[in-house]
Design a protein around this ligand. Structure first.
Ligand code: ADP
Ligand code: ADP
Ligand code: ADP
Length: 213
């Protein structure tokens, strides 16, 4: 049970992942969350990744492939995993296949969160996250019970530095140029499910469940 989730920034990957994770007891690996943690902790990895992230560009393939290779060794990832925001380039997809081959497993499903760019600015600029868990809220579409506070822990929420209209533009350029070809890579393997990610969250969840059942 190895799933990958693709889709542009703001398409709802992070919102749906915990639901899939809980339902199927998979381990959830989100490269964006792991990179943000490394940046906050000022680790060597974080220091190398920060500039690209701030500018809405992709971090180098070697860095993110290294993170995933490490993370897949965790005991909790041995029964299956969901990759959120990885692979984002064809090179990453090829390296992932190599890593999985060594472990005797393969990607069995890819969920493509299809959505028009026009919808994403409002989603991105209204996003609030709980950094340590990766939980996301939206000021209009999914407000926390108390503004600026995580429902579960009571800790403060933050807005991501790259969640501005200007940086979103670069992120979408990177998405169309470097990440969309990844969908073609998996289409040839006949494992891509296209979701209508522009619907309300519950309806997207229902589509996810249908695809995985
Ligand atoms: P979003 O949720 O908006 O799609 P992420 O949190 O997944 O964004 O990623 C934030 C940033 O982290 C990206 O803009 C990029 O700089 C970096 N990043 C995350 N995953 C990858 C990846 N697989 N390859 C390269 N860079 C990545
Ligand atoms: P991604 O991980 O793909 O970048 P998120 O799951 O973080 O996207 O969603 C981006 C923003 O849009 C968040 O603020 C989230 O609360 C909100 N959101 C997620 N799914 C939906 C949806 N189906 N309809 C409206 N808003 C949504
Ligand atoms: P349908 O499933 O009804 O054929 P799609 O899900 O393919 O429709 O696409 C719905 C809309 O989202 C279209 O306008 C399409 O251009 C856009 N779209 C499709 N795939 C992506 C993608 N990976 N990223 C951004 N937009 C996409």
């Amino acid at each position: 049970q190895e799933r990958g989730q693709g889709g542009p920034p703001g398409s709802g990957k992070g919102t749906q992942s915990p639901i899939i994770k809980d339902e199927y007891c998979l381990c959830h690996l989100a490269t964006g969350d792991m990179l943000r943690a490394a940046v906050a902790a000022k680790t060597p990895l974080g220091i190398k990744a920060k500039e690209a992230m701030d500018n809405g560009q992709l971090v180098s393939d070697d860095l993110v492939v290294g993170i995933i290779d490490e993370a897949l060794k965790k005991p909790s990832c041995q029964k299956g995993f969901i990759l959120d925001g990885f692979p984002r380039t064809v090179v990453q997809a090829q390296k992932l296949d190599e890593m999985l081959e060594k472990r005797g497993v393969k990607v069995d499903k890819v969920l493509n969160f299809a959505i028009d760019d026009a919808i994403l600015e409002e989603r991105i600029t209204g996003r609030w996250i709980h950094p340590s868990s990766g939980r996301s809220y939206h000021s209009k579409f999914a407000p926390p019970k108390v503004p600026g506070i995580d429902d579960v822990t009571g800790e403060p929420l933050i807005q991501r530095k790259d969640d501005t209209a200007a940086v979103l533009k670069s992120r979408l350029e990177a998405f169309h140029k470097q990440t969309e070809p990844v969908i073609d890579y998996y289409s040839h393997k006949n494992i891509v499910a296209n979701l209508h990610a522009d619907k309300p969250p519950q309806e997207v969840t229902a589509e996810v469940q249908k695809v995985l059942s």
